[in-house]
Design a protein around this ligand. Structure first.
Ligand code: RP5
Length: 150
């Protein structure tokens, strides 16, 4: 099936965290793709990905990065799709650097930022967004919430 969600990350070293988002989308049967794209190391490819995302049929982009984490913000500057940022904890500053870099966007260019390493919540928020126009998904998400309560 054609992917409707793009899960991207700044480095392959982010994969252990970002695959938690993939597991949730698998559980909800949401088709996705995963790419490593860096705002700093591969800026050209990152720009091209963001610019083509809508035409390619994506509806939401989840972007995880650590350190000076500009990936989600750069993507948000180049597409009208909702972008969810996942700050990744790296060795130096416990992930606070990535949290601030991801969440503190200038007015007019929002990135919906989840907690440090919270790729799972990014995927759940994605499911909630897609549920607005997908009854099957909405029902499945309600069942997920009921299971949490139990
Ligand atoms: C960021 O730098 C990446 O998102 C990653 O979290 C961090 C470290 O990357 P590597 O040096 O492990 O490739 O751009």
């Amino acid at each position: 099936m054609k992917p409707v969600v793009g899960i991207i990350m700044g480095s392959n070293s982010d994969m252990p965290i970002m695959k938690e988002a993939a597991h949730i989308l698998d559980e909800f049967l949401v088709p996705y793709e995963m790419r490593t794209l860096s705002a700093h190391r591969t800026p050209g490819a990152t720009h091209a990905y963001a610019r083509a995302a809508t035409k390619r049929g994506l509806s939401v982009i989840i972007a995880g990065a650590g350190g000076a984490a500009h990936l989600a913000g750069v993507i948000a500057s180049l597409t009208a799709l909702p972008v969810i940022g996942v700050p990744i904890k790296t060795q130096s500053l416990d992930g606070v650097d990535a949290l601030y870099s991801t969440v503190q966007m200038p007015s007019g260019v929002p990135v919906a930022t989840v907690g440090i390493n919270s790729a799972k919540n990014a995927a759940l928020l994605t499911v909630q967004i897609l549920s607005l126009s997908d009854e099957r998904l909405a029902k499945k998400f309600s069942a997920y919430k009921r299971a949490l309560a139990k």
